[in-house]
Design a protein around this ligand. Structure first.
Ligand code: SF4
Length: 296
């Protein structure tokens, strides 16, 4: 099991900061303790992830990506959140189950992986049994993903760009596509394509960006080559927040034609999945009382 000592010279993500997180934060803005912004029942994830009751979306603070259009800027890049203990994290997982969640949906979890693994061990000893969803940008190190084998049931993995140059311009990472391809292959090796009966497997998300900045055609080809049973969530809800507002390429929403062209490609390749998440459902959340002690 991955220990907390990795945080003393952190190499959890491809940034490889090597900072001692007991003394300072890394590029991800996260220090030593687990830190999260909120946990809510979220009805707008993909249908099998949310089910009727909703996924317990755990919004961790910090991220190794620096997307200029991130809709979660407050906690992903500006450090908003609460530091908690290992016991409180395990408790939050148990309370998510008690709240009736269909899955435990760990959102941008990478800087917190050692804590998550230990909290899952504690929670499982106390009856926690929800499928665990690892909701990731796919900018991941293989070593960190390997440590998660047996702890994660469902990888909900983005493919953001298929050109490293766009990763640099829009998310401030030099090698997004180079890294993400290998990460997606590792996630697939661990769990295979998503299967609702087993509640296990890999789902890929593609947020279609204007002017083909997402390189979605290449992304869809890559998925089809890997295994065309992998479901794809093709997302159309991009909004040019923050630094993207005046950008010449991504400073607008996508057009109907851009989305339909991506959809045509998906169908042509024999892929399946979820085409369009309902906007009202997507934004429906209910609070989970995760901050009171549960005796762990
Ligand atoms: S998880 Fe954070 S501190 Fe660790 S390598 Fe990545 S950015 Fe740096």
């Amino acid at each position: 099991m991955m220990g907390l000592d990795v945080l003393r010279e952190c190499t959890l993500c491809p940034r490889m900061c090597r900072v001692d997180r007991t003394k300072q934060v890394g590029v991800c803005t996260v220090g030593y303790l687990p830190k999260l912004s909120n946990i809510v029942l979220h009805k707008g994830e993909e249908p099998p992830i949310s089910g009727e009751t909703g996924a317990a979306a755990v919004f961790f603070t910090g991220c190794q990506m620096k997307c200029i259009y991130c809709q979660n800027m407050g906690f992903s890049q500006r450090g908003v959140g609460f530091e908690i203990t290992l016991e409180e994290l395990a408790c939050a997982f148990l309370k998510s189950q008690q709240a009736g969640a269909k899955t435990l949906d760990l959102v941008t979890p990478t800087p917190h992986v050692p804590w998550i693994i230990q909290a899952l061990e504690i929670a499982r000893e106390r009856g926690f049994s929800l499928p665990v969803v690892y909701n990731t940008s796919s900018y991941e190190r293989i070593e960190t993903l390997r440590a998660l084998e047996g702890y994660v049931d469902i990888y909900l993995a983005d493919i953001r760009y298929t050109d490293d140059r766009f990763g640099q311009i829009y998310s401030k990472v030099p090698d997004y596509w180079t890294v993400a391809q290998e990460a997606v292959k590792e996630m697939y090796r661990q769990v295979g394509p998503f299967d609702e009966e087993r509640m296990k497997g890999l789902i890929i998300r593609i947020l279609v960006l204007p002017n083909n900045v997402s390189g979605h055609e290449r992304a869809l080809e890559f998925i089809a080559e890997l295994d065309n049973r992998i479901p794809v969530a093709l997302m159309s809800q991009y909004i040019p927040h923050f630094g993207a507002r005046n950008d010449p390429l991504i400073g607008r929403k996508i057009t109907k034609e851009e989305y339909e062209s991506a959809l045509d490609k998906l169908i042509e390749l024999g892929l399946d999945g979820w085409m369009q998440l309902d906007e009202k459902e997507r934004l429906t959340t209910l609070p989970i009382d995760w901050r009171t002690p549960c005796g762990v």
